[in-house]
Design a protein around this ligand. Structure first.
Ligand SMILES: Nc1ncnc2c1ncn2[C@@H]1O[C@H](COP(=O)(O)OP(=O)(O)O)[C@@H](O)[C@H]1O
Ligand SMILES: [Mg+2]
Length: 215
């Protein structure tokens, strides 16, 4: 069976796609899964991160999908796909077709809401999603708890029939670890540990979907 594939996508730039894709890949690898990280974005941020990744960190394999999407990845347990912001309808369909699950990062704020609304509407119209064959996990990113922005994000999503699977806090730890090809799943210490708790609902969600697919 081919790898269980998680697509990280949103047509909004800077919402955390690469941060989430690299973190999910590192979390899977840390859990002992054979993991492949495929970069579709011409900026190659995920591939750059992989190049910086030290040999001592949990092993990850990268794939350059910037020119062409690859097919099924044999021999791997997990495939994480980092998508670009600029996506044509056809590309969205192709990526969703390859994915078992879609993770959609969204930042609090009106500009992000507009883009997310358009993207979610488009996704919800796709057959596998409309028929509940593939789920979309919305992740609130850079959320400061107990702020107006956080509440607004919740009510906006509620309006369009979605809720967040989890909220990731805004922290300098993310750019810091990314600078050396790492994630908060690769570094020891209490601080990283505290931020890892933000990811638990998403990782559990993914594991649950994965275990349903793989009998
Ligand atoms: N939760 C977060 N806290 C702080 N900075 C973040 C967080 N998520 C992303 N960033 C930063 O925001 C910028 C854009 O994130 P990135 O993952 O590259 O977005 P995208 O791939 O969607 O363009 C990067 O500099 C990244 O380090
Ligand atoms: Mg990116």
């Amino acid at each position: 069976m081919s790898a269980f594939a998680v697509l990280v996508a949103n047509i909004k730039g800077g919402c955390g796609k690469t941060t989430i894709a690299t973190h999910l890949a590192a979390a899977f690898a840390a859990a002992g899964r054979q993991t492949v990280l495929a970069d579709v974005d011409r900026q190659r941020s995920s591939l750059g991160w992989l190049e910086r990744r030290p040999a001592s960190a949990a092993l990850l394999t990268g794939l350059d999908w910037t020119r062409e999407l690859g097919g099924a990845v044999r021999g791997a347990d997990r495939l994480v796909i980092d998508a670009p912001a600029a996506l044509k309808t056809r590309q969205i369909e192709d990526l969703v077709h390859l994915a078992d699950l879609i993770v959609l990062p969204v930042l609090p704020g009106a500009f992000d809401e507009q883009a997310t609304r358009r993207f979610l509407t488009k996704l919800d119209e796709l057959k596998p999603i409309a028929r509940n064959k593939k789920s979309v996990a919305v992740v609130g990113n850079r959320v400061r708890s107990h702020t107006r922005g956080a509440d607004r994000l919740d009510s906006f999503l509620n309006e369009i029939g979605h809720t967040v699977v989890t909220r990731l806090r805004d922290s300098q730890i993310y750019p810091d670890v990314a600078a050396t090809g790492l994630s908060i799943f690769d570094v020891p210490g209490k601080r990283a540990g505290s931020f890892r708790t933000d990811w638990e609902p998403l990782l559990t969600f993914i594991e649950n979907v994965g275990s349903v697919r793989q009998p």
